[in-house]
Design a protein around this ligand. Structure first.
Ligand SMILES: Cc1ncc(COP(=O)(O)O)c(C=O)c1O
Length: 456
C-alpha cells in the first residue's frame, strides 16, 4: 500500500476548463426573477452589475467552459493545490477510514476565494471596467479580490462586515497592502448603510447588508461594477477546479471517495469540491457509485437545515433579483460568531436546488465543536484551519469516528477551504474557554421569514 502523503499534479495537469453542473441536472433550477415584474430576468437586467462574459456563464448550460489562458497563468501561482492524506489524523482517531483533504489555503489570500476573484477581475478588465465594489465577511473574499485587482489594474472598494472588521484588523491590512480600500459595513457611504445605522448605530453588520452597499455603489456609478464572492452560478463554476483536480489526484492515489464534505456559507467551496462528483453520478446513472455528499453549516446561521426554500432577495436592502434558495430571510442578522464567511442568510440557488433534488445532505454544527475539531486537526496535521473550514473538519472527523464505531473502512474527502492564520484571536478565545455556542433567535427568524417576498 502506498505511504504517499501529498498527491501533487504538475502545472500542465491543471484542468483547462470549469465544470458546469447545469448541463447535467435532471431538472433546471428555478429562474431568478425581476423583483418588480416577477418575470425571469434577462442579461440586460444584470448588465449594470456584471460584464457580459460573466452573465453568459451565469446562464450557460454548456458542460465545460474553457479557463482563459491569462487566468490559468495566474492560477498557476498556487495551483494545482495539494490533495493530502491525513494519515496522522486517522491514527489519532484510531479509525479504519481513509481521510483525504484538498488544501485551498495555499493560495495568496489563504483560501479558495482567489479561484473566482482572478477570473472575475480578468473578465471585468477585458470589458474595460476600471472599478469594482464588493462585500467581504471573513475578509477572505475581500483579500482575494484585492489581490486579483492589483494584478489587472482595477480599483477595488470592499465593504467588510463590521464584526469581522473589528475582529480581524490584519485582514484589512492585507486588503490595503494589495491596494484596495476597505470600509466597515454598515457604513455612512451608502443609502443602504445609512438606513441600517439610523435604526442601530452599533449594528454588527451582515453579508446581506454589505452586499447591498456594494451593489448600490455599482448600480449608481457608471464606471463601477460589482463582484460577488459566492452564491452566484458563475462563482460556483470557477470553484469546480477544486473538485476536478481532486478527482485526478484521487485517481493517482488509487482511491474513490464514499463521502465528500464541504462547509457552506454561500455555497462556493462546497460546490467546488462536490459538483464534479455529483455530475459524474448524474451522467452515469444507477451504475455509477453513489457517494454521500455533505454540506456543513453553522448552527447559528442554518439556511440549508432550518431555512425555507423560497424566492428571496440576496441582500438586505432588496436591490438584487429574487432567487429561489434556502433562506432565513434577507433581514436575518446572525450572531457575531467567528466563522464570518458563513454568516449569510441564504444559500446558493444551485446548492439549494441539488438539496431539493435529494442529491446532497446538510448538517449544522455549533462553533465550539468546530474549534475542537480544528485544534485536533492542527495538532495532528499541522495546518490551523480557518473557522469556516473547521465545520468541514468536524464533519470529516465525525464520519471517521462513525467508521470506527461500525468498523467500516470508508474513504472520506473534505475540502479544507482555508487556513486560519488571521483568525488566531478566535483560537485564543476558544483555548481560554471564552468561546460560547450561539443559537439563532427563533423570534428574529420568524420575523425575517414573515418578510419573504410574495411570489405568485
Ligand atoms: C475559508 C472560507 N471557507 C468557506 C467560506 C464560505 O464561503 P463559500 O460557502 O462561498 O465557500 C469562506 C467565506 O468567506 C471562507 O473564508
Amino acid at each position: 500500500m502506498s505511504e504517499t502523503t501529498k498527491f501533487l499534479l504538475s502545472e500542465d495537469q491543471m484542468p483547462k476548463d470549469w465544470y458546469n453542473i447545469a448541463a447535467d441536472l435532471p431538472v433546471p433550477p428555478p429562474a431568478p426573477l425581476h423583483p418588480a415584474t416577477q418575470q425571469p430576468i434577462g442579461p440586460a437586467d444584470l448588465a449594470p452589475l456584471f460584464p457580459m462574459a460573466l452573465i453568459e456563464q451565469e446562464v450557460s448550460t454548456e458542460r465545460r467552459i474553457e479557463i482563459p489562458e491569462p487566468v490559468r497563468e495566474v492560477l498557476r501561482l498556487w495551483r494545482p493545490s495539494p490533495l493530502i492524506r491525513a494519515r496522522r489524523l486517522e491514527k489519532a482517531l484510531g479509525t479504519p477510514a481513509k481521510i483525504y483533504f484538498k488544501y485551498e489555503g495555499v493560495s495568496p489570500a489563504g483560501s479558495h476565494k482567489p479561484n473566482s476573484a482572478v477570473p472575475q477581475a480578468w473578465y471585468n478588465g477585458q470589458a474595460g471596467v476600471k472599478k469594482l465594489a464588493t462585500e467581504t465577511g471573513a475578509g477572505q473574499w475581500g483579500s482575494s479580490l484585492a489581490f486579483a485587482g492589483s494584478l489587472f489594474g482595477l480599483d477595488i472598494t470592499i465593504y467588510q462586515v463590521r464584526v469581522s472588521y473589528d475582529q480581524k484588523p490584519y485582514r484589512r491590512a492585507l486588503m490595503e497592502t494589495y491596494g484596495a480600500r476597505c470600509v466597515a459595513s454598515p457604513s455612512n457611504e451608502t443609502q443602504s448603510g445609512r438606513a441600517v445605522l439610523a435604526q442601530n448605530p452599533n449594528h454588527l453588520g451582515s453579508l446581506g447588508i454589505a452586499i447591498s452597499e456594494a451593489v448600490e455603489v455599482a448600480a449608481l456609478n457608471e464606471d463601477t461594477k460589482y463582484a460577488l464572492g459566492s452564491v452566484l452560478n458563475h462563482v460556483l463554476l470557477h470553484q469546480t477546479i477544486i473538485g476536478e483536480e481532486a478527482m485526478l489526484q484521487l485517481e493517482m492515489a488509487g482511491d474513490d471517495p464514499d463521502v465528500v464534505i464541504g462547509c457552506t456559507g454561500g455555497g462556493s467551496n462546497f460546490a467546488g469540491i462536490a459538483f464534479p462528483f455529483i455530475g459524474m453520478q448524474l451522467r452515469g446513472g444507477a451504475s455509477v457509485k453513489q457517494r454521500r455528499i455533505i454540506a456543513v453549516e453553522p448552527a447559528a446561521c442554518p439556511s440549508l437545515t432550518r431555512g425555507k426554500y423560497a424566492y428571496d432577495f440576496g441582500d438586505t436592502a432588496h436591490l438584487t433579483p429574487l432567487v429561489k434558495m434556502h433562506t432565513l430571510g434577507s433581514t436575518f442578522t446572525p450572531a457575531g460568531f467567528h466563522a464570518g464567511g458563513l454568516r449569510y442568510h441564504g444559500m446558493a440557488p444551485l446548492v439549494s436546488h441539488v438539496k431539493e433534488l435529494g442529491l446532497i445532505e446538510a448538517r449544522a454544527y455549533h462553533q465550539t465543536a468546530c474549534f475542537e475539531a480544528g485544534v485536533m486537526f492542527a495538532r495532528a496535521e499541522g495546518i490551523v484551519p480557518a473557522p469556516e473550514a473547521n465545520h468541514a473538519v468536524r464533519c470529516a472527523i465525525d464520519e471517521a469516528l462513525r467508521c470506527k464505531a461500525e468498523d467500516r473502512a470508508k474513504t472520506i474527502l473534505f475540502n479544507l477551504s482555508g487556513h486560519g492564520h488571521f483568525d488566531m484571536a478566535a483560537y485564543q478565545n476558544y483555548l481560554s474557554g471564552g468561546l460560547v455556542d450561539q443559537d439563532y433567535d427563533e423570534g428574529e427568524l420568524a420575523m425575517a421569514l414573515s418578510g419573504l417576498p410574495n411570489v405568485g
